[in-house]
Design a protein. Sequence first.
Length: 96
Amino acid sequence: MAAGLILQFPPSVGEREYDAVNSQLRFDPRTGAGEWPAGLQSHSAGNSAEGWVVTEIWQSKEAQAAFMQNQLGPALADLPEPRILWFDVAASQHRH
């Protein structure tokens, strides 16, 4: 079963920090260009009243854990820790 992930960053983190992290990862989630992480099925991000939010669907928690350990964790090192919520994906559709 796919694993859903929500990262809720504090208000001090915004689009500038998001773009800086993605630049380090050599991945542009706006276009899908670059090195799409193995196991990542969907990625969305944006600002909310409570801060920057990233939602993702992964093939598995293990795929995300490998990405976090090898790439994303070091790229996030200078940012405040996000609140993390995992959920089991019961349904997922993406329409353009």
